[in-house]
Design a protein around this ligand. Sequence first.
Ligand code: ATP
Length: 268
Amino acid sequence: MLEINRLVVRYGRAVLALRGVTMHVADASVACVLGANGAGKSTLMRAVSGTLPAHRGTIDAGSITWRGRSITGRVPADIVADGIVQVPEGRRIFGRLTVEENLRAGGIGAADRATRNAARERVDELFPVLAARRQQPAGLLSGGEQQMLAIGRALMAGPSLLLLDEPSLGLAPQMVTRIGEVIREVHRQGTAVLLVEQNASMALAVSDTAYVLEVGAVSLTGGAAELAASDAIRRIYLGDSDAGVTGVPGPAANGQAPDGHALDGGRP
Ligand code: ATP
């Protein structure tokens, strides 16, 4: 279980990005974090993965606990070794390296060779498209394939918790659906996922629990299916103009139309 308690994060002195966030991700579950631009979603991911200092951010108060032990303020390599691996926003694959080399780089974080071999089999099964293009420079892959590679690279470390920051960003609806399927499959295989998304439709369809962040604080939380059915979520994040008061811009306003996923929150 990942437990985030009353976390306060600042950038420099002026920007208070998280104002006391409390959140739980149970083992082998999927939790999503929804929120507008600037709500603090990436900051939350950075705090968990230990990458805040690289962005000049600091944890001012609160704690992050993983499986009963504090990981607050620890360095990224230690956090990876403990089983938490982040797929950063924007994918950050090595474009000049081959697909194979990118995957191998991810395997460096694996605890041992057996873990690495098992992870490799899993990645090959999950992403046959990558296996077929193993020797090609990763920069030649499409945006969706690069996202698959970024997820595959993270899985090579054999994580128990995968942090996914906006995996659907900039992808065509079909590819967003595929990313949703991948998240379900990763979860089915026993890996917990903390998913940050602007595509609320996809996120709620694959998650067990959901949190809504507004200006650095949790404004709403609950079961994903329950939230998907709530008027506030349908109106603000799913672009449903029939849900109460109209006129609030939904995800369609930033170019991400709801993709027609069933919003039953049902597990595979
Ligand atoms: P987006 O979806 O646009 O990425 P977000 O919900 O991930 O938004 P964050 O990127 O976490 O939000 O930003 C939260 C707040 O912290 C914003 O006010 C943002 O301007 C600020 N912020 C983020 N990174 C930095 C940084 N490196 N230095 C200073 N302020 C930052």
